[in-house]
Design a protein around this ligand. Structure first.
Ligand code: SF4
Ligand code: SF4
Length: 362
């Protein structure tokens, strides 16, 4: 079979070099623009070109910059019926790429490049202005595990979910984290699945069951580098390396953004285009939201007794035409008007007594 790689960047070159299968020969690059006709002796083709008729497979590296929905649509129109996504962690590992590493898209389903959910709402760190309002939750509110399973299955039946992050709050506070991991991997066998943590509880894992399960189920950590995390970073690395787990630390987090306004007069297009939640989809208790802010705003309103912010735009997963409604979340929602086009930046800190202004731009 003849394959092409999408993109001529470093990831594309890596796929060309390291994809190894005796039945599939990678013979082309495909790109949106072309400065040269070849790259390292391999022909570069543009869409649409006659060569696509000869192609059986296209491989795409999982980079967040790639507009997957658009790219897959174009490839489908060019007659490509087999498209595989190569996870970013393979690229980072420098290993050979085998067939089983690849997420082969089910082209009858829609594409959802990124999804996240809170498996617990509270957190042990309580950052001032937490974008998930975790410092407003006083009890351990947890996503019911049976509902989580049902909701995720419903989404998976209709979408190729490329990347899924379990977060909170602090997911390591959820006593059933191991069960959530097993359920998630069973429903999403090929998705890049990560647990987002502030890292502070990693050293306290007693039986290390979590690490064995993460290794077995191919799950990695995304660790947010707050000041208290950085103090124990060396020990965290030592522990995770001992279990041969995959992990990555974020850049050092020194500041947070306060993006809410009460006037609702911002340009929603500009706000959402500049938004750090751009491209994010948030799953919560039977609904899919454009972003965690929309899904969790109820807590801010309830805690501070606010009634002038819009009701949420979450899509009920059990309504007719919910996939169409989910695709419409690509457009701005009512809440985007309340998000600043230029958020206030403040120094990261913990706030055990939250104030309404912690989230406000002005
Ligand atoms: S560590 Fe993350 S979830 Fe916890 S309070 Fe801070 S920002 Fe929120
Ligand atoms: S409401 Fe819109 S602008 Fe605000 S965080 Fe969500 S996506 Fe971004």
């Amino acid at each position: 079979m003849i394959a092409a790689v999408w993109g001529t960047g470093e990831f594309g070159k890596y796929i060309k070099q390291y994809f190894n299968n005796e039945k599939i020969s990678v013979e082309y690059f495909i790109d949106q623009n072309r400065d040269a006709l070849t790259l390292n002796g391999t022909q570069i083709i543009l869409l649409p070109e006659k060569y696509l008729e000869e192609l059986d497979i296209v491989l795409i590296g999982m980079l967040k910059e790639i507009p997957f929905k658009d790219v897959v649509k174009k490839l489908r129109m060019a007659g490509i019926n087999k498209i595989g996504i190569v996870p970013a962690y393979i690229f980072m590992s420098g290993k050979e790429i085998s067939i089983k590493d690849i997420f082969w898209l089910d082209l009858k389903k829609e594409i959802m490049p990124y999804l996240e959910t809170n498996i617990i709402d509270s957190c042990n760190l309580k950052c001032k202005g937490c974008t998930h309002f975790s410092n407003l939750y006083t009890n351990n509110s947890i996503y019911d595990i049976e509902l989580f399973k049902k909701d995720l299955s419903k989404l998976e039946e209709n979408f190729n979910i490329l990347y899924f992050r379990l977060l909170g709050g602090e997911p390591l506070l959820n006593p059933d984290l191991v069960q959530y991991i097993k359920i998630t991997r069973t429903i999403l066998p090929s998705t890049d699945i990560r647990i987002v943590t502030n890292g502070l509880l990693i050293l306290q894992q007693k039986e290390d069951v979590l690490f064995h399960v993460m290794k077995q189920y191919n799950i990695s950590f995304d660790i947010s580098s707050y000041q208290p995390t950085r103090k124990i970073k060396h020990s965290i690395i030592k522990k995770l390396d001992a279990y041969d787990l995959r992990y990555r630390f974020s850049i050092d987090i020194e500041t947070f953004n306060a993006l809410l306004t009460m006037h609702g007069k911002n340009n929603p297009q500009i706000s959402q285009e500049k938004c750090f939640n751009r491209g994010c989809r948030f799953l919560r208790e039977g609904k899919l939201y454009k972003c965690p802010l929309d899904g969790l705003m109820y807590k801010y309103k309830e805690y501070f007794g606010i009634d002038n912010l819009p009701i949420d735009s979450g899509v009920n997963l059990y309504m007719d035409d919910f996939t169409g409604r989910i695709n419409a979340l690509d457009d701005a929602i009512s809440l985007c008007k309340y998000c600043s086009e230029k958020p206030r930046i403040f120094k990261w800190d913990v706030a055990r007594k939250p104030e309404i202004d912690d989230w406000l731009d002005c």
